[in-house]
Design a protein around this ligand. Sequence first.
Ligand code: AMP
Length: 191
Amino acid sequence: MMRAVLLGPPGAGKGTQAARLAEGFQVPAISTGDIFRANVGQGTELGLEAKEYMDAGLLVPDSVTNAMVRDRLMQDDAGEGFLLDGYPRTVDQARELDAMLVEMGVSLDVVLEITADVDEVTSRLLKRAAIEGRSDDTEPVIRQRLEVYAESTAPLTSFYRDRGVLVQVDGIGEIDEVTSRLVEAVKSHSS
Ligand code: AMP
């Protein structure tokens, strides 16, 4: 059981690692990017609203994103724990998450940050583009997403470090190795 957030730049391997950790710790992995992509695929109103921002490498507005996460966290399966992947992405979202957790009467056990340098993540994203064909994995959009990360999301490192819940994990290496590092980090912080 755990309540955790996974941070890290685009291309650091968050999605892959989130799926593994969620299975190992028996909690739902909640990826805002996946929820947005599913909505785009289904042509829902939420999807239509999100798509223009996603395709430009920009953040979907907080009003949309926060409401979506709130709904998801209030579902039964998140009651015993969850792993958030891709949320929060700004300090404002982190404060909003705080408010949701207070309402739920719970708190975060750990915030895991997967670290990887810009050159490494850029080359991984370009490889992924060739395999998955995600519409936001083109070079100019990748550059934009990395800028948004540096400007809006990177401040969350110190935000969560100040609270004593941050663990940084080196994201370079074999997928299994990185998973082991993350599992150790969770074990040393879970309640
Ligand atoms: P991801 O799959 O996490 O890389 O997310 C893909 C895209 O979805 C991002 O580039 C944003 O446009 C949007 N997105 C995902 N999570 C968030 C969030 N927490 N806040 C705003 N936009 C988000």
